[in-house]
Design a protein around this ligand. Structure first.
Ligand code: PLP
Length: 396
């Protein structure tokens, strides 16, 4: 089902534990890409021929599928972007340029990926707004009291990660959203890590924006989602200008297209978005609940095995987390460990995980992170533990 998983790395069976960075793709996603290019490659919308009609229908079917996947009310609330990063930049630039004023405040958390820090810093600098950061404890748990104290009438946006990519910790987003709304602030949830593991219902969450990347939900790279509440998206100016996002252009004045096209200038990533629907179908058909149960079983098994290693310290060792384990080993640099593991066919991620401020807060240079997906197995965890033992013996 996942063809890449049968390959060898350095002569060993591949063990792929870097799923939080990107997930492998099921055959049906690869097939969808091929059948678009071999069967109905054409530019979408406005075409008056069969191929264009077929491509448009397949592309828009993905929008419907994403809408259902995250429980949005209307398909036009789903904007296609390059990825989580572009989705956040779109909101920061478009919403921020229209609605932020000098002295306004934006709240983020200490757990954020750089993609949910830098775009806010950029717009805050342009607008003279202030960025505030919710602190965490040593396990990566948000200090909710500090958050409550931080909220005030100047707070205009709260942009927080749903699940930390570096630690796997799940944030209490329902409460975060509720508290923000009580102060009249909008909320953006970075769902890059949560969308693949947790059930998402943006209507019951009631967040203004929810963003994620297709490549982390078993879909192609170059596909990103921005969900936004319709009334807000309608009030926001376009992010980029060009074809598709216009209604009428003259040299004197341009009127803009309706949602979602207002935010989709230029030819989009047609093939990859068409294939994203196959990825969502894979998750739906397998069942998010059964995937989560399987991943939780792997998480529990691996956590217990890792705890038996002396000198290994799990960071973010909390109950509310997804199948991500980040750890440090006393006296061992994560990069050295990754190279030795790779020599044994095991792919892990090491370093700061694009969360340098978090690493600074935790007083570490980085971690070794293993993360599990639907296709991982207990046997792979056993192989990993053996390889870890061997590697640590070599490094000492
Ligand atoms: N936010 C989080 C929590 C992530 O884990 C990632 C990617 O790892 C991103 C944002 C950025 O996603 P992308 O690189 O797909 O735009």
């Amino acid at each position: 089902m996942f063809p890449i998983l049968s390959r060898k790395v350095k002569g060993k069976d591949l063990v792929y534990f870097d799923n939080a960075a990107t997930a492998q793709k099921p055959q049906q996603v690869i097939d969808a890409l091929t059948s678009y290019y071999t069967g109905y490659n054409a530019n979408i919308h406005r075409g008056l021929h069969t191929l264009a009609d077929e491509a448009t229908a397949a592309f828009e079917a993905t929008r419907q599928a994403v809408c259902a996947f995250i429980g949005a009310a209307y398909p036009e609330e789903i904007i296609f972007t390059k990825g989580t990063t572009e989705s956040i930049n779109l909101v920061a630039q478009s919403w921020g340029s229209a609605f932020l004023k000098e002295g306004d405040e934006i709240i983020i958390s200490s757990l954020e990926h750089h993609a949910n820090i830098v775009p806010w810093q950029m717009i805050a600098e342009t607008k003279g707004a202030k960025l505030r950061v919710i602190p965490i404890d040593d396990n990566g748990v948000l200090d909710m009291q500090a958050y409550k104290n931080m909220l005030n009438s100047k707070t205009k946006m709260v942009a927080v990660v749903h699940v930390s990519n570096a630690l796997g910790v799940i944030n209490p987003v329902e409460e975060i959203i509720h508290l923000a709304h009580a102060q009249g602030a909008h909320v953006l949830i970075d769902g890059a890590q949560s969308s693949v593991h947790l059930d998402i219902d943006v209507q019951s969450l009631d967040c203004e924006f929810f963003v994620f990347s297709g490549h982390k939900v078993y879909g192609p790279t170059g596909t990103g989602i921005l969900y936004g509440k319709k009334s807000l998206l309608e009030a926001m100016p376009p992010y980029q200008g060009g074809g598709e996002m216009i209604k009428e252009v003259t040299f004197e004045k341009t009127t803009y297209n309706e949602l979602p096209f207002k935010f989709e200038a230029g030819t989009p990533n047609i093939a990859d978005f068409i294939a994203l629907k196959s990825a969502i179908d894979f998750i739906k058909d397998t069942g998010k609940d059964s995937i989560r149960a399987h991943e939780n079983m792997l998480l529990g098994y691996a956590t217990e095995k890792l705890r038996a290693f002396k000198d290994v310290r799990i960071i973010g060792d909390v109950f509310e987390k997804v199948s991500v384990i980040s750890f440090v080993v006393e006296g061992v640099h994560p990069q050295d460990l990754a190279i030795l593991l790779d020599n044994q066919g095991i792919a892990v991620r090491t370093g700061h995980h694009c969360a340098q401020p978090l690493m600074q807060r935790l007083c570490i240079v980085g971690t070794t992170r293993i993360s599990f997906a639907a296709y991982n197995t207990i046997q792979e965890i056993d192989a990993f533990m053996e390889a870890l033992k061997k590697s640590l013996n070599m490094l000492r």
